[in-house]
Design a protein around this ligand. Structure first.
Ligand code: AMP
Ligand code: MG
Length: 422
């Protein structure tokens, strides 16, 4: 990582805080992400959802022995007639976990099941669908290849080779793979601590009664959910009033306790000025108007060693900016490497979409399979940035890039799935 400061980077010629393209904001943030380094050794089940801090080296060959990929018979390839049937004598059986003791000689074969050790002398397996058994005399069809249906020891992974690289997020497949090597513990990075709070005088906690003009604080719940699913250690700091002293104290406390501070609200025009003033004292923070909808205002910076994401207040904007900026950044900070962007693909849009060129829109969509098997997507309905139901009803974002204008029914649009994103 360069020793570039946020202030230096934000003085670049093409840097415009009032119209920041989504990609540029992402790339800007990327320059400052320094992953956690502390590691901890954990039993493999505990590693689920965490990031490997060391390569996992296979202590064994996988598979550990030459074995059959099919149910059938094992024999010497040299004994099979190239273009005609061959009858061989069955001398025993090799089942998974119960190998045949002894070699297979000329004119002989051994009954073998999937996973069974291929006996010494044998080099080929003929699957049972290509054989006819009459007692111990087994007749095989012609047209075989040497080595067919035989999995060599170490074919998947050789002893001493890297099974999984440092930086890999452990999912159920990795748990199984690590277990298959006989390894019971792995080194993972310590969990990323993320402190978050909501800002706003109008916000009330769930379980209290609303007064005039008040609303329930929902952002702390969506953030709790997204951060938890991402695998972060969460520190919920509640609601902080729009009061400079209370905010300053909250920022200081959060930055001292966590690797990352995430807030919602307080970065829109008007409110930003007052947070801006405070940030000049506390750290180095840039305030952007991103060329996107929803989620226009966004702040990013450092408060001491802690990274700061100032997300907008609108409930949908919080989720969209989290998915589009915070997710990738947090994964990098967690030590994940490489971090792939969430893939996008195209689908046919079945409705008309209103869209202004010059900004990226993340409309909430419902992706389905049409009768002809193709993918079809439609918007969830009202797309206001306060309508959380549009996120709840959606299973994808319809991403309409900067240059895209109105979309007519039947046009192809870019789609990004929400499920499994965090
Ligand atoms: P702000 O960015 O603070 O101007 O907030 C924008 C809009 O989002 C306002 O209508 C706020 O009332 C609403 N809002 C802000 N924070 C929250 C929250 N934690 N939960 C629900 N709505 C919020
Ligand atoms: Mg506010």
């Amino acid at each position: 990582m360069a020793s570039l400061t946020i202030t230096q980077a934000s003085c670049a010629d093409d840097y415009d805080p009032n119209s920041m393209p989504v990609d540029k904001a992402r790339a800007f943030i990327h320059q400052f992400l320094d992953p956690v380094t502390a590691t901890v050794r954990v039993p493999i089940r505990t590693a689920l959802g965490r990031v490997l801090a060391e390569d996992v080296i296979s202590p064994v060959d996988v598979p550990s022995h030459r074995n059959s990929a099919m149910d059938g018979w094992a024999m010497r390839f040299a004994d099979l007639e190239p273009g005609a049937e061959t009858t061989l004598q069955e001398i025993g059986a090799s089942f998974a976990g119960k190998p045949f003791a002894g070699p297979v000689g000329p004119g002989q074969c051994v009954r073998i099941m999937t996973g069974g050790v291929v006996p010494e002398g044998a080099d080929t397996v003929v699957m049972q669908e290509r054989a006819i058994a009459a007692g111990r005399a087994i007749t095989f069809s012609g047209g075989n290849k040497q080595g067919q249906n035989v999995r060599e020891a170490g074919e998947d992974l050789e002893a001493g080779s890297i099974a999984l690289r440092r930086g890999r997020m452990v999912r159920p497949a990795e748990l199984g793979l690590i277990a298959s090597l006989g390894i019971g513990e792995v080194a993972v990075y310590r969990r990323l601590r993320v402190a978050f709070f909501s800002t706003g005088d109008e916000l009330k906690a769930v379980g209290t009664t609303l007064g005039a003009g008040e609303i329930y604080d929902s952002n702390r719940y969506t953030l709790h959910g997204m951060l938890t699913r991402l695998g972060c250690e969460v520190l919920d700091m509640g609601v902080v009033r729009d009061d400079p002293r209370a905010l300053e104290a909250a920022f200081r406390e959060a930055a001292a306790a966590a690797d990352v501070v995430i807030t919602s609200g307080g970065v829109s025009v008007g409110e930003a000025d007052f947070v801006k003033g405070m940030m000049e004292k506390l750290g180095e923070v840039v305030f952007w108007k991103i060329a996107m909808k929803p989620g226009r205002p966004l702040a990013y910076g450092k408060i001491g060693p802690a990274h700061f994401f100032g997300l907008p207040g609108n409930p949908v904007s919080v989720m969209v900016t989290f998915y589009q900026f915070a997710r990738e950044a947090l994964l990098r900070l967690m030590g994940a490497d490489p971090v792939e962007p969430v893939p996008t693909f195209t689908a046919k849009c079945t409705a008309k979409l209103k869209k202004m060129p010059g900004r990226t829109e993340f409309q909430r969509g419902i992706l389905t399979r049409a009768d002809d098997g193709s993918l079809a997507v439609r918007p969830t309905g009202e797309q206001g940035s306060g309508i959380l139901k549009s996120m709840s009803d959606a299973n994808c974002f319809i991403i309409l890039g900067d240059r895209v204008g109105n979309v007519e029914p039947g046009a192809s649009v870019e789609v990004q799935l929400l499920e499994g994103v965090v």
